[in-house]
Design a protein around this ligand. Structure first.
Ligand code: ATP
Ligand code: MG
Length: 407
């Protein structure tokens, strides 16, 4: 196994024009610094809009596992760093080729020459490095169209970088660079995944959870806290979790004799409260885990009625995905195990036998107008909100690392 000296990090789509690139880069560096913090020998190196981690003996694999989840990183590569000298570059190239997990049959070399001072041009370098590899590995053949291994050499002012792997990472925007939204976080599978996707797009997230204590249990609350903590670990930032007592509102809906509308009514009130909390906390959108057609409240007809009286944009990252795709993502981000714990959610408590898939907006508004003091109860719920600051667990182990401009 080749032991890489460095990791070369590539940024994602936030490099598009018209955005505040400097600010984004700063956030990016902060995030990467957080990842390397538990590895005291590792150093962050910034140069010409590129970011490297110099490993100094720290485990590449251990760093890579964390790096994959940093929003804004589109990919990274383990690299060998070599002196600007043909023989050194050749030796590094051979190391990289010999370290492939299975013996490759074909390869090609691409040399990118950023510094023009090097005595050989790119074409010559391709031949000089490729020839050296072919002599040492006689079974290998060159295939310029579909090589099994694409060996890359970059000649930068800081030296030569030799690598073949490009590891895909989370992509998206650095956390918090696209504004703030309020996530409606249930204890289910979907909403934590929706939160993840929102964060990946650079949204800072606060979460609101509705409970019907004492009908819902203490464990149900713990479960949501665990999910929130996982999200905060992924972003590396503290997450505000708003816990809202929904018992009174829910109970009054059960007294309307409109069982098939109960979920519609509950969702509308949840969104109203969510919107009030969003406004209070300067969030400009509401994120939910809705996925089209998944349950009665997520048909287009239901969503139309549920969202009709809300002014903030409703963001539904999962709307066009299938359940299995959501489950796969939940497993990947580490929320699935928690989400499937069996504790009651407030919505499953009074779930009607036949919830409406196509509620009538006027009827729903009428029913709401008959609920005594609904507006007052909504205000009361907002006033009584319990807000927790959820901190990522692994922050406690973090310690500062040194940093250099260049070697
Ligand atoms: P999830 O797996 O996220 O619970 P679900 O498929 O069970 O979703 P619903 O229960 O219909 O779907 O909820 C739809 C969305 O409404 C959720 O994704 C979430 O955003 C929001 N929501 C539902 N219940 C709650 C709750 N108790 N607190 C906060 N948000 C909720
Ligand atoms: Mg649910």
């Amino acid at each position: 196994m080749m032991v890489p000296d460095m990791i070369l990090i590539r940024f994602g789509e936030f490099t598009i024009k018209g955005r505040n690139r400097k600010q984004f880069e700063k956030r990016m560096v902060e995030q990467v610094r957080r990842v390397v913090a538990p590895f005291p020998a590792a150093k962050l190196i910034q140069t010409f809009g590129r970011l490297y981690i110099q490993l100094n003996g720290e485990s590449y694999e251990a760093v890579a596992v964390k790096l994959k989840h940093v929003f804004g990183i589109v990919s990274f590569s383990p690299v060998r760093h070599a002196e600007m000298d043909l023989e050194a570059i050749r030796a590094a190239a051979l190391d990289v080729m010999r370290a492939q997990p299975t013996e490759p049959r074909t390869f090609k070399v691409s040399v990118r020459r950023v510094v023009k001072t090097f005595p050989h041009d790119s074409q010559e370098m391709n031949r000089l490095v490729g020839g050296h590899v072919l002599r040492a590995m006689p079974d290998l053949k060159v295939d310029v169209r579909k090589p099994e291994v694409h060996l890359r050499v970059e000649l930068q002012p800081e030296g030569a970088f030799v690598f073949s792997d490009v590891v895909p990472a989370a992509g998206g925007f650095p956390y918090g660079t696209n504004g703030k939204a309020m996530l409606m976080l249930s204890g289910g599978i979907d909403s934590p995944v929706a939160g993840y996707l929102a964060m990946r797009k650079g949204l800072e997230i606060e979460a609101v959870h509705f409970h019907s204590y004492p009908f819902t249990s203490e464990q149900a609350k713990e479960k949501v806290i665990t999910l929130a903590r996982r999200l905060s670990e992924i972003s590396g930032a503290t997450l505000k979790l708003h816990l809202v007592q929904f018992t009174d509102i829910q109970t009054s809906f059960t007294q309307c004799n409109q069982d098939h509308l109960i979920i519609t009514l509950m969702r509308r009130s949840m969104l109203r409260i969510g919107q009030l909390l969003a406004e209070k906390n300067e969030a400009l959108g509401i994120v939910t885990g809705d996925s089209l057609g998944q349950v009665a409240s997520q048909t287009l007809g239901s969503m139309n009625v549920i969202g009709r009286d809300i002014d903030l944009p409703l963001l539904r990252p999962l709307i066009m995905t299938d359940k299995q795709e959501i489950i796969n993502l939940a497993e990947e981000i580490g929320t699935y195990e928690t989400s499937i714990l069996p504790y009651e959610d407030c919505c499953t408590l009074f779930v009607p036998r036949s919830p409406s898939t196509n509620p009538n907006l006027n009827v729903v508004r009428k029913v709401e107008s008959f609920v005594p003091n609904l507006a007052g109860m909504i205000e009361e719920a907002v006033r009584g909100t319990e807000t927790m600051l959820i901190k990522p667990d692994d922050l406690s182990q973090a310690h500062k690392t040194g940093e250099e401009d260049w070697f």
